[in-house]
Design a protein around this ligand. Sequence first.
Ligand SMILES: [Zn+2]
Length: 113
Amino acid sequence: MSAGQKSKVRIRKGDIVRVISGSGALSGQQGKVLKVMPCENKIIIEGINYVYKHIRRSQENPKGGRIQREAPVHVSNVMFVCPSCQKPSRLRMETDAVSGKRIRVCKKCDKPA
Ligand SMILES: [Zn+2]
């Protein structure tokens, strides 16, 4: 993260995101956010960016071996996919007139996301 850049992670757990850049194979893939790591500006997306993790032999895993796990993706490499218009879009924050709560609004279709 470059100096002066403020963390603006508006993506939340459960959102659908699309990978827009990064390593070739990942680009264009879409999935559900499993975890958000705001400090690092990274997220983990279900089924995307698998890496192999080696496990030592243990009682639960007498054979050891390796498992597949999702590796974190930087938020700048993904775009939020709006549940209303199904398009990758940006979000803006608005104050809901009724509840007074801060809500996320899709910049493409103006619906709350
Ligand atoms: Zn939308």
